[in-house]
Write a protein that binds this ligand. Structure first.
Ligand code: F6R
Length: 608
């Protein structure tokens, strides 16, 4: 949520900052702004709407500045207007900040400042912080930032500049990600690597309660209490090409079609077919303890939570360890019972989701082993875990998660086999399972051929405003995921349900205007799923079945059938989710929605 880029160096800052926030706009895209220091003055431009609206306000008069900051916003306090857009200034108009996060005690701080005579233009918590820093400013920005942040409760990733100090940017974080980029004669601050990868792969990840001060010829890092901190310069593994559309109309479509390769990369070097086992270097330090786990808690939000639900089946089935999947936002606050032998595994694409991070900390503080399944190397969750497994599916830019989901399920499938093999799974059974897992990318490739058919179905049903998704067993989380994909990018209301629950209420909704997507691949739950299809049909509902290729019986029952290749039951979700992603994608395109930047959403939910 919210993207920050700040630059100090020799180059023209304005185009560089605009380019940076364009690469970050998936973090928030309701308004944008920038500030430059030129000739001892702040030059600020802000606009409601997309970054293009900001660009129209730049009118070519801002060249020559070599220090500045830009921001793309996802509104928390106050609607996305120009006045609420960042940067925000102190009362002198000389100090500006950009901020990602939420100042929880903003009311108290505002009252304090109002009592001193300060007035406020915007409805944001950020303006209060800017004025608080200004209040403590006595000629040294670094000190003022530190002093003000000691008064703040909540989360922040901020960057600050002052017109009287044109050679310094001060950045600080607590809870919201921030990286500092070290070039030869330039420095950048950014919310994530996408903004800066074209400059250098060398970055420093700030930890909570740390401050970075970057100047024209050096930088230093301290804690908020001014204790010096030595940071390691790390290398980002993503490339610039991975951040481009690569010929696709949207990142979401690019990422859907990248899935076969993403799953291959995720498994590369991790499956030892000679021994029939999984090798997960990231877990080697904890493997002995892990296989003795008495209980596993998977915790995540949104799509990652759906991946966790699939993982629950995989882990219980293969490792025979009790496993449950918890919404991170609930787990973190409900004083969960964490007994000896509990392992908490946080699942997160971004590695920055605030609730998932807090749930991980809650588990760890109560004595659990804290593991992570994360895509973004260097992210906060990745750095706070005892051990973990990276997805290695490459950057996910589309706000709707697709390839991260299949990556998360693939990693969970590998973890389940990793533990299962060390507990009770025979070499030959594990071998057969891993053989099937290795075949999944080819099956995903075949399922992607359904793109044309899903577009036709979407075209026929796109005017329907309410959809149901039904699944049983391991297909239930896939139903949830299909419904989430549809609603978040096409704004069609969709619900995912365990198929048997339909009879306990939702069946009342079924009419001929209600498309019902039923996950009915052959296996354990097949006959029962057919029964659900009959029930929907007999009430006039319109059934779209996801079925196993060659299944002719289902063609007589459903209005549309999307055939996916046969896969072992435990691995079917990796294949059945593909037509649901495609269906949602085409429905959103046909409805003219902004697929990569859906209304009200943002990638990486770093606020509660
Ligand atoms: C939905 C989606 C979200 C994320 C959720 C968790 O398409 O992308 O539901 O899955 O916000 O994000 P991460 O995985 O970054 O923790």
């Amino acid at each position: 949520m919210c993207g920050i880029v700040a630059y100090i160096g020799q180059k023209d800052a304005c185009p560089l900052l605009i380019d940076g926030i364009k690469r970050l706009d998936y973090r928030g895209y309701d308004s944008a702004g920038l500030v430059l220091i030129r000739e001892g003055r702040l030059e600020m431009r802000r606009a409601a709407g997309r970054i293009s609206a900001l660009e129209r306000k730049l009118d070519g008069d801002l060249g020559g500045a070599t220090i500045g900051m830009a921001h793309t916003r996802w509104a928390t306090h106050g609607p996305p207007t120009e006045t609420n857009a960042h940067p925000h200034c102190d009362s002198s108009g000389k100090l500006a900040i950009v901020h990602n996060g939420i100042i929880e005690n903003y009311r108290v701080l505002k009252q304090f400042l109002e009592d001193l005579g300060h007035t406020f233009d915007s409805e944001t918590d950020t303006e209060i912080l800017a004025k608080l820093i200004g209040h403590f400013y006595e000629g040294e920005l670094e000190k003022a930032v530190r002093r003000a942040l000691c008064e703040v409760r909540g989360t922040f990733g901020i960057a600050a500049v002052h017109a009287d100090e044109p050679d310094v940017i001060v950045a600080a974080r607590r809870g919201s990600p921030l990286i500092a980029v070290v070039g030869s004669d330039e420095y950048l601050i950014a919310s994530d690597a996408a903004a800066i990868i074209q400059h250098t792969p060398h970055v420093i990840y700030l930890s909570d309660n740390e401050v970075a001060v970057v100047g024209r010829d050096g930088f230093h890092t301290t804690t908020l209490d001014a204790a010096p901190v030595t940071k390691e310069v790390e290398e980002i593994e993503w490339t610039l090409a991975q951040l481009d559309l690569g010929g696709h109309q949207h990142f979401m479509s690019k990422e859907i079609f990248e899935q076969p390769e993403a799953v291959r990369t995720c498994m590369r070097g991790r499956i030892d077919m000679d021994e029939g086992r999984v090798v997960l270097g990231g877990l080697s330090s904890v493997a002995r303890e892990l296989i003795k786990a008495k209980r596993i808690i998977l915790t995540a939000c949104g799509t990652a939570w759906h991946a966790g639900l699939v993982g629950e089946y995989l882990i219980e089935e293969l490792a025979r360890i009790p496993c449950e999947t918890e919404y991170a936002s609930e787990f973190r606050y409900r004083n969960p019972i964490v007994e000896d032998g509990t392992v908490v595994i946080a699942i997160s694409q971004s590695g920055e989701t605030i609730d998932t991070l807090a749930a991980l900390r809650e588990g760890r503080d109560k004595g659990a082993m804290a593991l992570g399944i994360v895509n973004s190397v260097g992210s906060t969750i990745a750095r706070e875990t005892d051990a973990g497994v990276f997805l290695h599916v490459g950057p996910e830019i589309g706000v709707a998660s697709t390839k991260a989901f299949v990556g998360q399920v693939t990693v969970l499938a590998m973890i389940a086999a990793f533990m299962g093999r060390r507990r009770h799974l025979s070499q030959s059974n594990c071998h057969a399972y891993l053989d099937a897992l290795q075949g999944i990318p080819d099956l995903i490739e075949q399922a992607l051929d359904l793109s044309t058919q899903t577009r036709k179905i979407a075209a026929e049903l796109v005017e329907m405003d309410n959809w149901l998704y039904l699944g049983r067993g391991i297909q239930y989380p896939v139903a949830l995921e299909g419904a989430l994909k549809l609603k978040e990018i096409s704004y069609i209301h969709a619900e995912g349900l365990p198929a048997a629950e339909m009879k306990h209420g939702p069946i009342a909704l079924i009419t001929e205007d209600m498309p019902v997507v039923v996950l009915a691949p052959q296996g354990h739950w097949y006959e029962k799923s057919l029964g659900n299809i009959e029930e929907v049909r007999s009430r006039g509902g319109r059934v779209i079945a996801i079925a196993t290729e060659g299944d002719e019986q289902i063609a007589h029952l459903a209005e549309h059938v999307l055939y996916v290749p046969r896969a072992p039951e435990l691995l079917q979700p990796l294949v059945t989710v593909i037509p649901l992603q495609l269906l949602a994608y085409h429905a959103a395109v046909l409805r003219g929605c902004d697929v990569d930047k859906p209304r009200n959403l943002a990638k990486a939910v770093t606020v509660e």
